[in-house]
Design a protein around this ligand. Structure first.
Ligand SMILES: [Zn+2]
Length: 212
């Protein structure tokens, strides 16, 4: 995997960086595969009353975990199977797809920050104990960087600020319109979806350079 220790210094100097501030501007990147967040009500409709999700592993943001359970979704006669559930249960059900997934399902989803689902499209979800039709909740996640207050201060970032991040490598590119999300419990990481990861040659984890 390419690291920024190999980033040609001449290029960085031309970009206005020097080796001292460079280390402070490196952002870890993770690619998020399509996934589902469920409300408690929808979880029980799909899996049965009182159902508890089984954790496979913790995710980077404290409290979030990948669950053993996965669900199928369908729209316009097309399906995507085995979409991983990310727990714990949330206030509202939300399905995060790549644009490629959405086009396959005949949807035209909104690019939104997680949790902002008013006015988004719905979908059918098929579970082991029943199916539900949600009226809203399908989004393509807006690319974003999570950071806590200390990290935000060190990077000179503010909540909801929009920045760019440059990646290296054969398919390196600059991601514009990256929204900063600051919260006490967050850990520094940029989240991309699989379309964005593939476009930039990033498989699961990588690093990028913050550009303000
Ligand atoms: Zn995220």
């Amino acid at each position: 995997m390419l690291r920024f220790c190999c980033f040609p210094l001449l290029i960085l100097k031309n970009m206005g960086y020097n080796s001292i501030n460079l280390m402070n501007k490196i952002i870890p990147i993770e690619v998020s595969a399509r996934h589902i967040h469920l409300s408690r009500k929808d979880l029980e409709a799909l899996f049965g009353d009182g159902y508890q999700l089984k954790k496979i592993k913790d995710l980077t943001q404290p409290g979030d975990f990948a669950a053993e359970e996965a669900l199928d979704v369908s729209s316009n006669g097309k399906e995507i199977e085995n979409i991983r559930i990310v727990g714990p249960a949330r206030k509202e059900t939300q399905i995060e797809l790549s644009m490629t997934d959405a086009l396959h399902l005949g949807l035209k989803p909104e690019v939104r920050i997680s949790g902002s689902i008013d006015g988004t499209q719905g979908i059918d979800i098929i579970g082991p104990k029943g199916g539900i039709k949600i009226q809203k909740g399908v989004i393509v996640a807006k690319r974003h960087i999570h950071c806590n207050l200390k990290e935000a201060k060190e990077l000179g970032l503010k909540n909801k600020e929009i920045v760019s991040v440059k990646t290296e490598g054969e398919r390196g590119l600059v991601f514009d319109n990256v929204e900063i999300r600051v919260d006490e419990k967050y850990k520094l990481v940029m989240h991309l979806d699989t379309d964005e990861g593939n476009a930039s040659g990033i498989n699961k984890k990588s690093k990028g350079l913050l550009i303000k």
